[in-house]
Design a protein around this ligand. Structure first.
Ligand code: NAD
Length: 244
């Protein structure tokens, strides 16, 4: 029980990696808040995880007012936020020449500006506490780029920039900031990727398999723990050794 009395906020926590991460932190004794813009998935997650220390808020990470209301409600209930996991993200893939500006803008607004807005809302609380951990979802695609993912790759590379900047800005105040760069993980997000591409990625992965949401959850748990207390500003690849 490494996280007793810790309060964890996970964006996009209703499904996939976020939900698996919520489960792991609950198992370690934390109070967990998941937020998601998919209300029905959020309610299902509440039912599935079935834990009185879990709360769900319907929040779109592009909407500052919704984020602020949630943060205020968390502070009223718990008085603190120890760990923020900026996990919410989407893909809207397409070759550059066919990519609509709206697809570019939507992915930027959720995957990059959403991380900015959530962190801007939570950081003052952590600064007041003099402690905290911020973990951001990057991707193997943010490191190496990927065909058909101009918008997504830009956001995931951007997240690395945010992570390193905040590690410098907040490190002296007792707040660690790191990113996780997953490879191809079996979730709803990759369910949309054609089998041909997934098989190619499996082939290119030295471990010859896709990752599971729990593999990424374990990385978040480690980076949030005291075991990682000298790890700051890093990007932890959890990709089976994949180089794309
Ligand atoms: N699955 C992978 O292979 C993979 C690889 C690298 C990085 N990632 C990153 O990990 C994170 C989680 O991905 P996943 O595979 O679990 O995806 P997922 O689609 O299973 O889950 C993402 C969750 O985020 C929520 N969400 C999306 N936009 C939102 C918004 N504007 N406001 C609030 N919630 C929102 C969705 O409703 C969903 O519940 C994402 O940031 C993704 O880019 C995933």
């Amino acid at each position: 029980m490494k996280f007793i009395e810790k309060v964890v906020l996970i964006t996009g926590g209703a499904q996939g990696i976020g939900k698996a991460t919520a489960k792991k932190f609950l198992q370690e004794g934390a109070s967990v808040v998941i937020c998601d813009y998919d209300e029905s998935a959020g309610k299902t997650a509440l039912k599935d995880l079935n834990d009185e220390k879990l709360d769900f808020f319907k929040v779109n990470v592009t909407e500052s007012s919704q984020i602020d209301e949630m943060v205020q409600a968390i502070i009223e209930k718990h008085g603190r936020i120890d760990i923020l996991i900026n996990n919410a993200g989407i893909t809207l893939d397409g070759f550059l020449t066919k990519m609509h500006e709206s697809d570019w803008e939507r992915v930027i607004s959720i995957n990059l500006t959403g991380v900015f807005k959530c962190t801007k809302a939570v950081a003052p609380i952590m600064l007041q506490q003099g402690s905290g951990v911020i973990l951001n979802a990057s991707s193997v695609v943010g490191i190496y780029g990927n065909i058909g993912q101009t918008n997504y790759a830009a956001t995931k590379a951007g997240v690395i920039g945010l992570t390193k900047s905040w590690a410098k800005e907040f490190g002296p105040k007792g707040i660690r900031v790191n990113a996780v760069a997953p490879g191809f993980i079996e979730t709803g997000m990759t369910a949309a990727v054609p089998d041909k591409v997934l098989n190619l990625m499996k082939e290119k992965t030295p471990l010859k398999k896709l990752g599971k949401p729990e593999d990424i959850a374990a990385a978040y748990l480690f980076l949030a723990s005291e075991d990682a207390n000298y790890i700051n500003g890093t990007v932890l690849s959890v990709d089976g050794g994949l180089v794309i």
